[in-house]
Write a protein that binds this ligand. Sequence first.
Ligand code: G6P
Length: 369
Amino acid sequence: AAVDLGPYRHFMQKEIHEQPRALADTLEGALNSQLNLTDLWGTQAPEIFKDVDSVLFLASGTSHYATLVGRQWLESIAGIPAQTELGHEYRYRDSIPNPRQLIVTLSQSGETLDTFEALKRAKELGHEYTLSICNVAESAIPRASALRFLTRAGPEIGVASTKAFTTQLAALYLLAISLAKAQGRLDADAQAGHLDALRQLPGSVQHALNLEPQIQGWAARFAGKEHALFLGRGLHYPIALEGALKLKEISYIHAEAYPAGELKHGPLALVDSNMPVVVIAPNDRLLEKVAANMQEVHARGGELYVFTDADSHFSASEGIHVLRLPRHTGLLSPVVHVIPVQLLAYHAALVKGTDVDRPRNLAKAVTVE
Ligand code: G6P
């Protein structure tokens, strides 16, 4: 059935605003079942999850960026070593298969050829533990996997992925706590704590969406720029990558993302008053480190646009613009901090008058090599 735009101008805008609902729907099964592994992942899940000794994520594009967050959650929550690789790289290199490794593919469409071929290659190498996290039930990648989890974002029409990304993150968090549970590393209190944090998530995302008018003001200033730099650290480096990708895809502004600690090893040479620098700076244990990186930019005349949390100490001053998200959401913070960078890209593209839902040269699902 055709999807209706409703009151929105673009599908991308509609999909950004649907995120609280998409997250609630995606999390519903886990919250109602108190994390029942069979219901969530498939009948073989308890057995496979118990035996898994490591995880390899395979994906492309925005889905790949989700895995960069997921990998960190797996190690910190489940204590399971996790790596991530682009499908088209994995497919053509020699690798050492490990039958106890869980191969996790992430794909909104379930049809991306690079990811599908990487999964086939893993199976050829002897991997039997395969899990697909996907937004389209009847698609190639989940069909070829032993276990599957469907995100419930609903149809995503805009080429630039938004609600698929945040629901993938929700699924990855569920994967981390599910693996911890299967391996006896999650007591009842810890499980209740994680589920409670997930229950709050749609509300926190809604609070972030409410910042749209302020972000619109920032976007107007970006639209005239040719380049932008995005910085983040730890769990938020992938959010910087995603912010830069969104800006490139739909506004055609050249944007690059760096882990903020890497600034001094090269990109600092680019910083001047024409280079807006977006900083994802939540109130986590890396805040002081990020603040020092911001100082390096400020000292070189760079214009800073900082997304932080209500309780952090930054204040705006000449050349430093600050927007605060209403509350810090701990390990789940990347899900909330991606919202403002999605909105920034959307509004910059609106000012530039690009074809937001169908950017030039790009396709929604890339089924060729
Ligand atoms: C294309 C789309 C991206 C998407 C990527 C992976 O490049 O334009 O938005 O992130 O494919 O798609 P998938 O469906 O596998 O998540």
